[in-house]
Design a protein around this ligand. Structure first.
Ligand code: BGC
Length: 420
């Protein structure tokens, strides 16, 4: 059992803790045919090659060994495996994923497979994607075939990555395909349909089991705190409360609420920080504020969000109290070219994670977002979340350890953080 933190102490984590890193297909693999293929990001670039991990997964596993992780959360791309409704799975693509999973297992890196991470086959998009309830049986059919093929190689399954982000960016703020805005009804329909699919897939995966050991399945909820910048502003308090209600409470209720117990075996939590509103505007760098302006308002950010390490402890207690399921912290990371900032941020967040574990929250693993600098959706290649630097100006896309990767290596190998 982990010990409570003392200043300057070495904080040990529980035995068998998973120290991982995470990626998704569209962001690193490239060579993909989904609704992101033709999407042009704010930096004018697309995801067609991305980090070319599609061809370099063996090399990327070697990098993971060098970092010292014992877990990897990766995507499997539906559009690559099934080119038509209810069609057979593409054998060659399946064999490539099997090879990747075998290499990971042989390297002592436990794979967690994500079944949906913001992308769909084009034939699903053309029928309205997740606004159409017909997508539910199509997805369940695909996953049933996939699980039958992979149950000998995988025991950790992650059904949906951040359905809240997918539905919010696609239907409320118009930043992800299909670029719709203010469609609250569509947002709620997408969430409800995904939740139904999640429950069916969980049941099926639990029944199928895994030849690798006890099967585990859950979805990943992005947990952002939404708050007013000033507690005296009723409008900012109202928009923060409304956002929290839609993207946190409603989504949790649909996926793991009162009568939904018994589907997931764990809850995945992706935690980055918080968003505070001022004059109804989110105080984040991606909304046009400079880091200096934000700092003057007392808002400390990486290149995307306000950092709030103390909130991680509170979030874990709240979520564990709500659903009582073991938790994997399936994403945490920061994007900045200032490595000293990122190192401090990681240490503070791991200290908060350690406090939560010492306080009784059953957290089983932590996955750093992300292995590689990659295609950060609407922002293209301008956000640097990687443990590894990727030189996108060089066609060979060379990878290189960043200082943060060396720090994380120490954490993984010692199962501890020292001197916080
Ligand atoms: C997503 C990732 C994304 C990361 C950083 C999460 O919302 O799952 O795909 O790159 O946050 O923005």
């Amino acid at each position: 059992m982990s010990q409570p933190a003392k200043n300057g102490a070495v904080l040990k984590f529980p035995e068998h803790f998973l120290w991982g890193t995470a990626t998704s297909t569209t962001q690193i693999e490239g060579h993909i045919e989904n609704e992101w293929t033709d999407f042009v990001a704010r930096d004018g670039r697309n995801c067609r090659i991305a980090c070319d991990s599609y061809h370099r997964y063996a090399e990327d596993i070697e990098w993971m060994r060098q970092i010292g992780v014992n877990a990897y959360r990766m995507g499997i791309e539906w559009s690559r495996l099934q080119s038509e409704p209810y069609g057979p799975l593409n054998e060659a693509e399946l064999a490539r994923y099997v090879n990747q999973l075998d290499r990971l297992n042989q390297a002592g890196i436990v794979p967690m497979v994500v079944l949906h991470h913001f992308s769909n086959p084009r034939w699903i998009v053309s029928q309205g994607a997740w606004t159409n309830a017909d997508t539910i049986p199509a997805f369940v059919h695909f996953v049933t075939k996939l699980v039958a093929a992979l149950r000998g190689h995988v025991r950790l399954w992650n059904t949906f990555n951040e359905p809240d982000t997918y539905a919010c960016c696609g239907y409320l703020i118009g930043e992800f395909p299909p670029l719709k805005k203010f469609r609250v009804d569509s947002f709620r329909t997408v969430i409800k349909n995904m939740a139904v699919a999640h429950h069916e897939v969980c049941r099926m995966i639990r029944e199928a089991g895994s030849a690798m050991g006890t099967v585990e399945v859950g979805f990943s909820k992005n947990w952002t705190f939404f708050k007013p910048h000033s507690p005296n502003s009723p409008w900012d308090a109202a928009i923060a409360a409304f956002t929290h209600w839609q993207v946190n409470s409603f989504v949790l209720e649909c996926f793991v609420g009162a009568n939904k117990k018994g589907a997931s075996t764990f809850l995945g939590v992706n935690y980055y920080g918080r968003i505070r509103f001022r004059n109804l505007q989110p105080l984040v760098p991606t909304n046009g504020y400079s880091l200096e302006e934000l700092a003057r308002l007392g808002v400390e950010c990486d290149d995307m969000l306000e950092r709030y390490p103390a909130g991680l402890e509170a979030a874990l207690h709240e979520l564990y109290g709500y659903c009582g399921l073991p938790i994997y912290l399936t994403e945490h990371g920061s994007s900045s070219s200032d490595e000293a900032f990122r190192e401090r941020d990681l240490k503070e967040n791991l200290a908060a994670l350690h406090r939560a574990i010492s306080g009784g929250v059953d957290v089983r693993g932590f996955y750093y977002w992300s292995l590689l600098d990659n295609f950060e959706w609407q922002f293209g290649y301008s956000k640097k979340f990687g443990l590894l630097d990727v030189d996108f100006s060089d066609a060979r896309l060379p990878r290189k350890m960043k200082p943060l990767a060396w720090l994380y290596r120490k954490v993984c190998l010692e199962n501890a953080i020292g001197h916080v």
